[in-house]
Design a binder for this molecule. Sequence first.
Ligand SMILES: *[C@@H]1O[C@H](CO)[C@@H](O)[C@H](O)[C@H]1NC(C)=O
Ligand SMILES: *[C@@H]1O[C@H](CO)[C@@H](O)[C@H](O)[C@H]1NC(C)=O
Ligand SMILES: *[C@@H]1O[C@H](CO)[C@@H](O)[C@H](O)[C@H]1NC(C)=O
Ligand SMILES: *[C@@H]1O[C@H](CO)[C@@H](O)[C@H](O)[C@H]1NC(C)=O
Length: 182
Amino acid sequence: MGVDFVVFRLVLGIFAVLIPNHVEAAQFKWTNIFCAGHNESWVHMNECRLRAISRNLTTLNLNASIFHPVNDITLDVQLFKKANGYKPWIFKSVVDMCRFLKTKYNPYAKIAFTLVKDFSNLNHSCPYWGLAIVKDFYVNPVKVGLPFPTGDYLLGMKWLYDKKLQMTTNFYFSYTENVIDM
Ligand SMILES: *[C@@H]1O[C@H](CO)[C@@H](O)[C@H](O)[C@H]1NC(C)=O
Ligand SMILES: *[C@@H]1O[C@H](CO)[C@@H](O)[C@H](O)[C@H]1NC(C)=O
Ligand SMILES: *[C@@H]1O[C@H](CO)[C@@H](O)[C@H](O)[C@H]1NC(C)=O
Ligand SMILES: *[C@@H]1O[C@H](CO)[C@@H](O)[C@H](O)[C@H]1NC(C)=O
């Protein structure tokens, strides 16, 4: 486990102490999504949108066509928190996805993958091709297991195949603590 991950847990742990009952009272909501394909001959986004289910529940839907098998996927991921625009917040990571899918070696990616895998067809090892789907994805804050302070966040992801940028997916979400219980 990397030192940066230990620091990450520690910082969030401090928030947890400052904000009791954080998880039980929390609300997670997708607020926006942005996708861009950078090489239409390899990957095409068929769908990239949020669906409003109710006032406080939105689901995230992605559907991409991958036209050639890919055996080398790098995910460049960074978390941002909104404060006069989105500023880098606590973590940034580069994940070798094909290695990760075999060994789950990256602890950040493991948390994210645990949340998304039941809503997607991504739970298999490389190569990837055909349709990559995330459907009706929502996050139960209890399952996150990491307390976040209230705020607006952006999870920025750049997907590289053979070390070349193919796709950008940006997920925006809000996280709200129930401060009444403090
Ligand atoms: C674009 O995709 C093709 C496969 O369709 C690949 O051969 C080529 O290297 C890619 N180009 C870039 C700049 O990523
Ligand atoms: C959504 O809001 C309704 C009332 O507006 C509330 O009863 C419900 O518990 C909320 N659900 C979540 C997941 O926060
Ligand atoms: C994904 O998009 C493809 C191409 O538009 C479509 O044929 C397929 O039904 C879609 N799958 C889902 C689950 O939305
Ligand atoms: C898919 O996820 C399940 C449940 O976590 C796991 O047991 C299984 O090994 C995974 N399958 C593959 C091919 O990774």
